[in-house]
Write a protein that binds this ligand. Structure first.
Ligand code: ATP
Ligand code: TZP
Ligand code: MG
Ligand code: MG
Length: 261
């Protein structure tokens, strides 16, 4: 059974603690998909927000020291209310501050899914360093996903030209997508929020549910590239929002390129 239609009926509230660059793009992407985003961050109101939430996204793209308390409090209340958490460890290999925060969050609370590019996941598991937010494309997403699953024992999504999803040690590789997603800021950040939307109310997501999240997003990105002026980054970004609104479960079923390994 697929999730997209049910998600659109249920319109789950997705709390997004995310970076300043992508808040608007993320909110529009989730509304188009059929979820209900709220960019709430304040710890004093998190208990109430998470009472009604389907999922929580913690994206550290523009994290500052003063954000740490809010992010930790959000994770605490999410765990108390059985709300799944997606962590996007943006640029965690670029500074000790970011990496230390992610490791503390992962040690202290139950994180449901870690979603990042290969360099970010490699930084969390090993010694990789990064220049900024962008990935080292020479890394194997499959190898990185396996290593991250071994260390953190939660679901892992490593994105790149080929996306690798690891749940309970089993891996699916997704070949859909377009490199234009790397030419628009928020291409990965919105995906993290889409993953949170597909796992609403589910702290033990299946490989199938994460595969549907990734294939829905990447098939929509292929449609966006083919739509009007879609090979230009600006038009592509707008087209992606439109295609997240238009895409149907049957489009995903007909176009998905998934390899079980
Ligand atoms: P970065 O921080 O390097 O910008 P990101 O966090 O934006 O990374 P990506 O790895 O770019 O995340 O993944 C975002 C989406 O883009 C995923 O759906 C992925 O499948 C897709 N993607 C990334 N690179 C390519 C590529 N070369 N070809 C096809 N799809 C890609
Ligand atoms: N700087 C800090 S967060 C951010 C930038 C440019 C957005 C990164 O977006 P994505 O989706 O990881 O490419
Ligand atoms: Mg990107
Ligand atoms: Mg990113």
């Amino acid at each position: 059974m697929m999730i997209l239609e049910q998600l659109r009926k249920d319109n789950p509230l997705i709390i997004c603690i995310t970076n300043d660059v992508v808040k608007n793009f993320t909110a529009n992407g989730l509304l188009a998909l059929g979820a209900s985003p709220a960019m709430a961050t304040e710890k004093l109101e998190m208990d109430e927000f998470l009472t009604h939430a389907g999922a929580l996204l913690i994206n550290i793209g523009s994290i500052e020291e003063g954000d740490i308390e809010n992010m930790l409090a959000a994770a605490k209340y999410a765990n108390q209310h059985d709300v799944p958490i997606v962590l996007d460890p943006v640029a965690c290999g670029a500074s000790k501050f970011r990496k230390d925060f992610c490791l503390k969050l992962l040690e202290t609370y139950d994180i449901t899914v870690i979603r990042g590019n290969a360099s970010e996941l490699q930084a969390l598991t090993g010694e990789a360093s990064m220049k900024g937010t962008d990935a080292d494309t020479s890394l194997s997403t499959e190898d990185v996903a396996r290593a991250a699953y071994k260390k953190f024992n939660c679901a892992i999504v490593v994105t790149g030209e080929i996306d690798a999803i690891c749940v309970n040690g089993k891996i699916n590789l997704i070949e859909n997508g377009t490199a234009l997603l790397t030419k628009v800021t928020g291409g990965g950040c919105l995906l993290g929020a889409v993953v949170a939307s597909f796992i609403y109310n589910e702290t033990k997501p299946t490989l199938e549910s994460l595969t549907e999240a990734l294939t829905t997003y990447t098939v929509a990105s292929e449609f966006a590239e083919r739509a009007s002026n879609g090979t230009l980054p600006g038009h592509f970004a707008v087209n992606l929002i439109d295609q997240l609104y238009l895409i149907q479960e049957s489009d995903v079923a007909e176009n998905r390129l998934v390899k079980e390994v």
